[in-house]
Write a protein that binds this ligand. Sequence first.
Ligand SMILES: C[S@@+](CC[C@H](N)C(=O)[O-])C[C@H]1O[C@@H](n2cnc3c(N)ncnc32)[C@H](O)[C@@H]1O
Length: 265
Amino acid sequence: MTNEDQPAIDLKVDVAHPARMYDYYLGGKDNYEADRAAAEAALAAAPELRAIARENRAFLHRAVRHLVDSGVRQFLDLGAGLPTQRNVHEVAQEIAPETRVVYVDSDPIVLVHARALLNGLGRTAVVQADVREPERILADEQVRSLIDFDQPLAVMLVSVLQFVPDREPEDIVAPLRDAMPSGGYLVVSHPTQDFRTSQVNEVASTYTRAKAPAVARRKSEIERIFDGFEVLEPGIVQTPLWRPDGPVTPNLDLIWMYGAVGRKP
Ligand SMILES: C[S@@+](CC[C@H](N)C(=O)[O-])C[C@H]1O[C@@H](n2cnc3c(N)ncnc32)[C@H](O)[C@@H]1O
């Protein structure tokens, strides 16, 4: 499919979008005034959001490298976000060029940017869909054309389930888990309200005011996301503590984001 085939997309630049707010935290340029205003309000409540975003990306990179080293050659990245430095396919294909990656996001602007980046690469695709509809994602033609559900694959839900406050995350994961073979992986990061609770709740209110309701969950709730998986060592931990490459430098009192990787037995 070429870019010319795509229907015109309303980017709704007057409304803040989580993807573009996250891009702003990471120092990207794909954001608009409404996104920056909402992001600044969130940063006023919790200036550590930039560090949390950076640590989240670093966790994602380490998890992808670990999985490729473990033999995974297919990634389904749900809530993929705007292309930024070192996307999943770049990290994975550096080690194993044959790795296939499907990016899924509900935000049309992600689609516009991702298609521009990925067009013609062949081993990557981008699909617009909502994680609330896992069955639709599993049945999607582009997903099926790149992902073989009989072979090991990794489903990534990195920093996205907080944007589904109205559903139990384990209900979203269950069909994805059932569709994967034994030896499939689940990668999740999720903000928590286990500490810095008032700041976290203030950030959540900022998102709600920006029409992107979000919820931080307790560790016990995040544990349930891994129902039916064996959680790899070191378990569900603050993102910088997941298999760090070197000394852990961030102030852990401020990193209210857990990360974990599970393997379907
Ligand atoms: C904070 S970004 C995370 C990006 C990337 N996964 C990462 O961790 O760096 C959250 C992304 O989830 C997307 N998103 C939010 N709600 C979604 C939903 N219901 N379905 C699909 N994507 C969603 C947003 O558009 C945004 O791109």
